[in-house]
Design a protein around this ligand. Structure first.
Ligand code: ATP
Ligand code: MG
Length: 264
């Protein structure tokens, strides 16, 4: 075991995911060292969410292994991973619109009720807009506020590693800044983060290390600062040729309905 691997919270080894004939993930390997912010970037359909789904046991990896703190968790279910501190902020947020903001947050703490009051105070301190409207249905929040709620709900599960699936999707530039600020703060406080993003530029600016996925495979990886300067990355993801996708095109959350929030 190398020194880096010894300190890895999460390690994905040669994971394959298929949906019938579609090979969505073809031999992805990645390592997330403790305390780091690692990003997985790639265009629509590259297999990013499917990689997270395999990590979380929401789809069965056809091949490969997922390790958390060196322990093989490949066959673990999502709720067990949450208990182990592996928590996802899912694509599309999966907010329960008719429940109040506070009820959505309470869901985050289902497995550790004794920390609920403290956790709620922490989240309301971070996101005052949620505190002010805690008794309103979550469906009344704007997209950016719902993203804060999804992050808050995940924080209530007291994650050791947070898996975030396109948290900036569909948000206005000012809110994108705010979301990245939140992510950087969470990381600075010691939580390890695996950040899936299509906003490659912002993600690489925030990250220590990056992986680039194309059609189910990692085609490039390296220190984020190197990827930011890499010709292939600039051309494909950072240059003028790359346009932000229309958020309406993404199939969003809810595709892995097997687990209720908070889920891995
Ligand atoms: N439940 C599913 N059933 C069948 N095909 C699926 C399913 N989920 C994903 N796919 C397919 O697998 C491939 C990878 O999809 P995935 O959602 O993992 O990509 P992604 O990188 O997260 O894309 P996006 O940026 O649009 O969210 C795509 O071709 C997609 O259409
Ligand atoms: Mg996705």
């Amino acid at each position: 075991m190398t020194a880096e691997r010894a300190g890895a919270v999460l390690e994905v080894r040669d994971v394959h995911v298929s949906y019938g004939q579609i090979q969505a993930v073809r031999g992805v390997s990645l390592t997330v060292p403790s305390g780091s912010l690692v990003t997985l970037i790639g265009a629509n359909g590259a297999g990013k969410s499917s990689t997270l789904a395999a990590i979380c046991g929401l789809v069965r990896a056809k091949r490969g292994q997922v390790l958390v703190d060196g322990e093989d968790v490949t066959r673990w279910r999502s709720h067990r991973l949450v208990e182990a501190g592996v928590v996802q902020v899912p694509e599309g947020r999966e907010i329960l619109a008719t429940l109040t903001i506070e009820e959505n947050l309470q869901l985050g703490a289902w497995h550790q009720g004794r920390h609920l009051a403290e956790g709620l105070a922490d989240v309301f301190g971070r996101f005052p807009v949620l505190a002010d409207r805690r008794r309103l249905p979550a469906g009344t929040l704007s997209g950016g506020e719902q993203q804060m709620l999804a992050i808050g709900r995940a924080l209530l599960a007291r994650p050791r590693i947070l898996l975030m699936d396109e948290p900036s999707m569909g948000l206005a530039p000012m809110l994108v800044d705010e979301v990245f600020g939140v992510i950087e703060r969470i990381r600075a406080e010691g939580t390890t983060v695996l950040l899936v993003e299509q906003n490659a530029h912002r993600a690489l600016q925030a990250a220590d290390h990056g992986y680039v996925m194309e059609t189910g495979e990692v085609i490039l990886e390296g220190p984020a600062s190197e990827l930011l300067a890499n010709e292939r990355v600039v051309e494909a993801y950072l240059g003028e040729a790359f346009h932000e996708p229309d958020p309406a095109v993404s199939d969003g959350g809810g595709r892995f309905p097997d687990a209720a929030p908070p889920r891995c």
